[in-house]
Design a protein around this ligand. Structure first.
Ligand code: CA2
Length: 141
């Protein structure tokens, strides 16, 4: 059983900029921790980050019928992308949307996510621990 972890634009900068909002842990460290948790329950992890909306959509399309769960932090695309939402709608497996920060405690434009209605679970404001919570949710499914 394979889980896909997708991270959207600018999340490659985790741990290097704006630590007051996004913390000091890098995307590689997050990925390794999620991978370890999933492998303890017999699952494998594929991780993909892109600053390109199209590349993220391509990866989702390639993953249809090949994954048992998805964790996605769509980053800024959460608030703008109908196309990313449409792609996610084609995945029938359990899907979790993660936001490191509490998007409801930030600017108004972050309060709406196009993605939330097409996922099973939304985690926002738990810091990078949200990715671990997402993995636990998928393990419980
Ligand atoms: O809180 C989150 O995880 C967000 O998805 C992060 C997005 C933001 O647009 C969403 O509203 C909430 C921004 C990702 C930018 O990531 C950076 C990480 C380190 C340094 C700079 C940017």
């Amino acid at each position: 059983m394979k889980v896909l972890l997708l991270n959207g634009p600018n999340l490659n900068l985790l741990g290097t900029r704006q630590p007051e909002i996004y913390g000091t842990i890098t995307l590689l460290e997050i990925t390794n921790a999620v991978s370890a948790k999933l492998s303890a329950s017999g699952r494998t992890l594929e991780s993909f980050q892109s600053n390109s909306e199209g590349a993220l959509i391509d990866k989702i399309q390639e993953s249809v019928d090949k994954i048992s769960g998805l964790i996605i932090n769509p980053a800024g695309l959460s608030h703008t992308s109908v196309s990313l939402r449409d792609a996610l709608s084609c995945l029938s497996c359990p899907k979790v949307e993660v936001h490191i920060s509490n998007i409801y405690a930030r600017e108004d434009f972050r309060h709406h996510s196009y993605i939330s209605p097409v996922v099973n679970c939304v985690i926002s404001g738990a810091g990078v621990f949200g990715y671990q919570l997402a993995a636990d949710y998928l393990i419980s499914c």
